[in-house]
Design a binder for this molecule. Structure first.
Ligand code: ADP
Ligand code: GN1
Ligand code: MG
Length: 367
């Protein structure tokens, strides 16, 4: 975790317009540190997003930044000339040495984007229209990056959505927690460990379905799309750290995980966690509108399943991190990762109960 003095020092290394007049922590991300920077200078008072990259998670920040450079440049070409084009793609701000990121004296990596004004991200979707907007935007993102010229993007985090690998990592964390008795956590999490084990058989389904390799976002949380304050329209897909080769359904699945339930990811009252069917319907409609043209029949058939799998996988990741002593995701209270795991598994159960109906809906909409 970086401190404000580090952030101020890093801010001074970027080609911002004017002098930095304010800088404060921003957003709710679990991995990087994000700051909002206000500048004052000649006339305009531009704002920027400044981010400190988590080096334990991103072992090769330069490779990640190269991916982002290529992807944002490609997307900028796609929206050039469109109304409001400058707000539709993240724009990196160069550092004073001419690169699009800055490495400080401690070897920490920082980058900055122009702040997209008059738009916000939300932790949960308040309406089916918002779900539709997000799904259409992430589908359009996949469609736009599909034409990225070679070479292949770097894999910024290996095995990122490899659910069997995530399952094996969970088993290792369980074994380690039992051996080391990490604050009695293995005992406390026994029901969740059993839940994960009872569903191990679903882990390999997407990887063994022969689905096409695509360029995907891989972190399509609802709070990673900015919605316009006035029109409610999805303006820009953000958080491009994990854009890399993947399966289209990783992205659709994470939308189901983060958009269909009215509860926060770390809600402790599990009775609030439920897969709301109208939200799922809106996601399918939005995603098919932008991505339906390139999705294969097999991808369409597994849309509902992907929601269950990515929710399950994320639950496994939270559980493994809880058992390992909270080394990956930022936590803000005791048992935070276990609470997050519980909401995920509750949502998996809710999807299981509605899966047949979800599949019938997809079939009727996708033809
Ligand atoms: P993290 O990886 O930590 O989730 P994000 O890149 O998603 O970080 O940024 C955190 C939050 O900052 C986002 O949820 C969004 O609200 C805001 N944000 C990020 N980039 C921009 C931008 N260019 N313009 C406006 N807001 C942004
Ligand atoms: C992390 O950084 P953030 O909050 O957007 C994580 C995602 C998880 C998500 C769970 C690089 O995303 O994979 O789905 O938390 N990002 C990374 O909320 O691991
Ligand atoms: Mg984010």
């Amino acid at each position: 975790m970086s401190g404000l003095p580090d952030a101020y020092a890093a801010a001074s290394q970027f080609e911002f317009h004017g002098e930095v007049s304010a800088l404060a922590p921003y957003g709710n991300g679990h991995i990087n540190d994000t700051y909002i920077v206000s500048c004052q200078g000649t006339g305009a008072s531009p704002r920027y997003i400044l981010q400190h990259i988590n080096r334990r998670v991103f072992l090769n920040p330069a490779a990640m930044m190269q991916n982002i450079e290529r992807v944002t440049a490609h997307l900028a070409g796609q929206v050039a000339g469109q109304p409001d084009g400058a707000r539709r793609v993240l724009q990196l701000v160069p550092a004073q040495d001419g690169r699009n990121w800055h490495v400080d004296a401690e070897g920490e990596t920082w980058r900055a984007y122009r702040f997209i004004e008059n738009a916000c991200s939300y932790e949960t979707a308040a309406s089916a229209e918002q779900a539709f907007q997000a799904a259409r935007a992430f589908g359009r993102f996949q469609q736009q990056v599909a034409g990225l010229p070679p070479p292949r993007l770097h894999e910024t985090i290996p095995h990122f959505h490899d659910t069997p690998w995530r399952f094996a990592a969970l088993e290792q964390a369980v074994a380690h927690a039992i051996a080391a008795d990490v604050a009695g956590r293995a005992a406390l999490a026994r029901p969740e460990i059993e839940f994960a084990r009872s569903r191990q058989s679903i882990a390999n389904v997407l990887l063994s379905a022969g689905l096409p390799d695509r360029i995907t976002h891989n972190d399509t949380k609802f709070n990673n799309v900015l919605l316009d304050d006035t029109t409610g329209e999805a303006v820009c897909v953000i958080d491009l750290d994990t854009v890399m080769p993947g399966l289209a359904l990783y992205d659709f699945g994470d939308m189901v995980r983060t958009t269909t339930s009215p509860a926060q990811e770390d809600e402790q009252d599990l009775s609030k966690v439920t897969m709301q069917f109208p939200m799922f319907e809106a996601l399918v409609r939005g995603y098919l509108e932008s991505a339906g043209g390139f999705l294969t029949p097999a991808e369409k058939r597994l849309l509902a399943f992907s929601g269950k799998l990515i929710t399950f996988e994320t639950g496994i990741r939270f559980l493994a991190d809880y058992l390992a002593g909270d080394t990956y995701f930022k936590v803000h209270r005791e048992g935070h990762n276990l609470d997050r795991c519980r909401t995920q598994f509750k949502l998996v159960e809710s999807i299981e109960r509605q899966e047949e109906r979800m599949n019938r809906l997809v079939e009727s909409m996708a033809g």
